[in-house]
Design a protein around this ligand. Structure first.
Ligand code: MG
Length: 237
């Protein structure tokens, strides 16, 4: 096999593997490939991806389809105050801030100043710089500070160190306005969550997080199984 290409005909999108002998062997795209194939490129998000790569930062931004979902969820919920745990290079920050109304604000917690600087640059270039603020440091320190300050949020996006996911969920619930939305990325940890031979602290923490999202009586939720899994909950009013 030399290359894979695709062609879109209305709603039908087919992938072709080009074999070494020149014969085209038709294949079927994955669900995610098909979805991505029918969306146009996004200048701001492509710039963020390229900037993250150029800086040598981890290339673990949220999947494009879930980035679009973040924008939709913020818009549909009318969230005014968003708390993001883990800014990385600003890809998800762009998706979140895009959904905000005029006076909406995004606060992003980031361990490393350098990452927050990259994220802020990408949001600024996307025309969203006035909507975002950053707090640098360990979220397990900044989250209790926010509790002490009496801060409240309408929307949470958790996408940081997996070992602290259950604690991040506790803080999200504590900091939530009634009806707030809580989203957690990477429910599957690229298959490790479902692999019984994997029992690291971070895997066990994400299993606990998923189970809490599913069963905590204060939440109604679902877990979307495309890409690397996305857990979405609403805090009952
Ligand atoms: Mg992630």
């Amino acid at each position: 096999m030399q290359s894979v290409t695709s062609v879109s005909i209305g709603y039908i999108s087919l992938g072709y593997k080009l074999c070494l002998n020149g014969d085209a062997e038709m294949t079927v795209m994955s669900n995610e490939e098909y979805v991505e194939s029918i969306y146009a490129g996004d200048v701001d998000l492509t710039r963020a991806i390229e900037g993250i790569r150029a800086k040598g930062m981890p290339e673990i931004s949220i999947a494009p389809g879930y980035g679009r979902l973040l924008t939709l969820l913020v818009q549909a919920s009318g969230a005014q105050r968003i708390l993001e745990i883990g800014a990385l290079g600003g890809y998800s920050g762009i998706c979140l801030a895009r959904g905000l109304q005029e006076n909406g604000r995004l606060l992003s917690l980031e361990l490393q100043q350098e990452y927050a600087d990259v994220a802020y640059t990408h949001l600024q270039l996307a025309g969203l710089g006035d909507k975002v603020g950053y707090r640098i440091g360990d979220a397990m320190v900044t989250l209790p500070e926010l509790v002490n300050e009496g801060a409240r949020f309408d929307f949470f996006f958790i996408d940081a160190d997996k070992g602290s996911y259950p604690e991040y969920l506790d803080y999200a619930i504590e900091l939530s306005n009634p009806g707030a939305i809580i989203v957690g990325d990477n429910s599957f940890m690229h298959g490790r969550t479902m692999d019984p031979s994997q029992n690291s602290n971070s895997v066990k923490a994400v299993r606990r997080f998923n189970e809490r999202m599913a069963m905590d009586p204060r939440l109604e939720s679902t877990i979307l199984p495309a890409y690397d899994g996305l857990a979405i909950a609403r805090v009952r009013a």
